[in-house]
Write a protein that binds this ligand. Structure first.
Ligand code: ADP
Ligand code: MG
Length: 327
């Protein structure tokens, strides 16, 4: 992208009002200058969303902007960090002003909602792709790390699972008896709500968490690998939305077990905590109107077993989304 186009574009669409007094110098120079808080650790994450890979081509500019922030906010939530600063690397096929207008407005609103300030970025020409890097703050040694699970700990998830993956399957289905099903699952796909505020408080009771981006089995698997543990989870306890439950009655031919265990994109948290903190964690969740469900236990087996209501093992076909190995 030429310098003049890029300059005008940034001026028009990405120069937002200052939100934070820890930004000494924001967009416009070679680097942003930031005051980092002395008592905190910085939590840093970056994610790229590529058109046609991470979101369908028909996704609106508003939803792309929202989701590009939500997926990185979900990473901050998974550590229990408070969002602070954002950078945005945007690759655009062309300068489409109406598209940029919508993207910019939605991006700005989402930044504001989470107390984030956009402090810089990069703009290039090419196939549509959006990279958001976020920095957050977390009290020293309070972050919820993947390597902190221990045998005997209990496993929980926030919200419901499988809705986003179901939304993707329903994109081209138009004959469902209840239109709310598709609408609700598409909302889960396009507007996942990162558990940012709950997670910042949950660090008091929970030392280990991951956000579910690639599916429960894959993501819990990362915790177990990092912690050198195994786990049992109870299939019948996995929380689903009413729309998910209804759809499994109306629409045959979908592998609902797979959607639930391995469907990605829900951006809920899978949390591991010691049993003695369970009551506090549930009270916190309830006080914040967050659905929290106990789904299993960490053990020393080295394997992840999913059990049905009779205690029998459920066979897992695919563990989750893996890049470069599409089904
Ligand atoms: P440089 O050549 O030093 O990389 P750029 O011309 O790419 O500088 O960017 C100029 C300024 O605009 C920098 O402060 C950069 O952080 C910011 N910027 C560029 N693109 C974006 C964007 N998409 N969103 C926010 N800030 C941006
Ligand atoms: Mg640049």
């Amino acid at each position: 992208m030429t310098a003049t186009t890029e300059f005008g574009l940034i001026q028009n669409y990405f120069s937002f009002d200052t939100q934070r007094d820890d930004v000494v110098l924001g967009i416009g120079d070679d680097c942003a200058l930031l005051k980092s808080p002395t008592a905190k650790q910085l939590a840093v994450t970056v994610d790229t969303l590529v058109c046609g890979v991470h979101f369908p081509e028909i996704t609106s500019a508003e939803d792309i902007a929202y989701k590009s922030l939500a997926v990185s906010l979900s990473d901050l939530a998974a550590m229990g960090a408070e969002p602070a600063w954002a950078t945005l690397a945007l690759t655009l096929p062309d300068v489409n002003e109406p598209w940029l207008e919508k993207f910019s407005l939605s991006f700005k609103e989402t930044l504001k909602m989470y107390g984030l300030q956009l402090i810089g970025g990069d703009t290039t020409q090419g196939p549509l792709s959006v990279t958001v890097q976020l920095t957050g703050f977390v009290d020293a040694d309070k972050a919820m790390r993947r390597d902190a699970a221990r045998p005997g700990d209990r496993i929980y998830v926030t919200g419901t699972l499988g809705g986003a993956a179901l939304g993707l399957k329903l994109l081209n289905v138009d004959d469902l008896p209840d239109p709310m099903i598709k609408q609700s699952c598409l909302r889960k796909l396009n507007r996942p709500v990162p558990r940012v505020v709950f997670a910042q408080k949950a660090v008091e009771y929970c030392c280990c968490a991951i956000d579910i981006s690639d599916g429960l089995i894959a993501d819990l698997g990362h915790i177990l690998e990092a912690s050198a543990c195994g786990a049992k989870i109870y299939y019948d306890q996995l929380p689903v939305s009413t729309e998910f439950a209804k759809c499994s009655v109306y629409l045959n031919g979908l592998d609902y077990t797979h959607l639930l265990l391995a469907g990605g994109d829900d951006y809920e948290l899978c949390m591991v905590a010691s049993g003695e903190n369970e009551q506090s964690l549930f009270s916190l969740a309830e006080s914040m109107d967050v659905l929290l469900t106990h789904i299993g236990e960490v053990d020393a087996s080295g394997n992840l077993s999913v059990l049905n209501s009779n205690g029998e093992l459920i066979e897992l076909k695919h563990s989750g989304y893996e890049h470069f190995t599409h089904e």
